[in-house]
Design a protein around this ligand. Structure first.
Ligand SMILES: C[S@@+](CC[C@H](N)C(=O)[O-])C[C@H]1O[C@@H](n2cnc3c(N)ncnc32)[C@H](O)[C@@H]1O
Length: 246
């Protein structure tokens, strides 16, 4: 997968993309991530990329020209006119694991990070093919949102995670939250690891993981259970626990 990110603050990406799983994926050529400085497409001697809003109002608005020209140059270079162009915006569809999987199935992604008061509306209307928000709050810029999207997408790409940290049981992947995890020591300050996890019985452990996932989802995010793929016995377990809770 090739990911191009357009930003006015390219240095913000150096830390998060130079560590851990994303760096490993880049080193192994599973992904390529290119950060483009939008100021390179700014106009005039001062490389202007923003201007005052028509009609007045506070703050500056990012201009259309640098965003259109940068995106077109990136598409031409990669000979990929149909690459999805995703605008990070608090007004977009709210990002989740399903959208991460949808994006992970694509070969190319172009992400546009806004800044200041926002972006000229014509970018949304005529350049972006998708708009994504990482939650119902307003960030200073789209850079942190782009990092969140890239991280969640990249960990879903085949071969990126070793089997030791497989994503299949991750919260939200199967529609359930993940079961509780423990590591050594067996006893810490008198708190014991559940006995079943020490039993060596793989079938019992798998059953415990599944039950804990369901119960945890029931207590923290019950609305997720409506769409989860559950057996009739598991639905019964939920009803029984719900009745118990009263
Ligand atoms: C200060 S915000 C502008 C918000 C804009 N005035 C509005 O109310 O919709 C600047 C930039 O940060 C990014 N941004 C802010 N919050 C975001 C969120 N929740 N998800 C994704 N991007 C966000 C967008 O790229 C946006 O253009």
């Amino acid at each position: 997968m090739r990911i191009d990110i357009l930003t006015l603050f390219p240095n913000m990406f150096s830390g998060p993309f130079a560590e851990s799983i994303i760096k490993r994926a880049m080193d192994r050529n599973l992904i390529s991530i290119t950060i483009h400085n939008l100021r390179d497409w700014g106009s005039g001697k001062h490389k202007v990329v923003d201007d005052y809003p028509f009609g007045g109002g506070t703050g500056m608005v990012m201009k259309s020209e640098p965003l259109f020209e940068a995106t077109e140059a990136i598409k031409a270079e990669g000979a990929c006119s149909s690459a999805p162009v995703i605008l990070l915006t608090p007004q977009g569809r709210v990002f989740n694991q399903r959208i991460a999987a949808e994006l992970a199935a694509l070969d190319r992604l172009i992400l546009i990070c806004g800044h200041y008061e926002g972006i000229d509306e014509r970018v949304r209307e005529h350049l972006a093919t998708d708009e994504i928000s990482i939650g119902d709050y307003v960030l200073t810029g789209g850079e942190l949102a782009a990092m969140v999207v890239v991280d969640a997408v990249v960990r879903q790409l085949p071969g990126v995670l070793g089997s030791e940290d497989s994503a299949k049981d991750d919260s939200h992947t199967s529609g359930l939250l993940e079961y509780p995890q423990y590591t050594r020591p067996r006893t810490y300050r008198g708190w014991e690891v559940p006995q079943v996890l020490l039993s060596g019985n793989h079938a019992q452990i798998a059953a415990w993981h599944r039950e804990q996932s369901i119960l945890r989802t029931l207590s923290r995010r019950p609305e997720l259970l409506e769409k989860a793929d559950l057996s009739p016995e598991e639905r019964e377990l939920i009803s029984a626990r719900s009745v118990e809770k009263g």
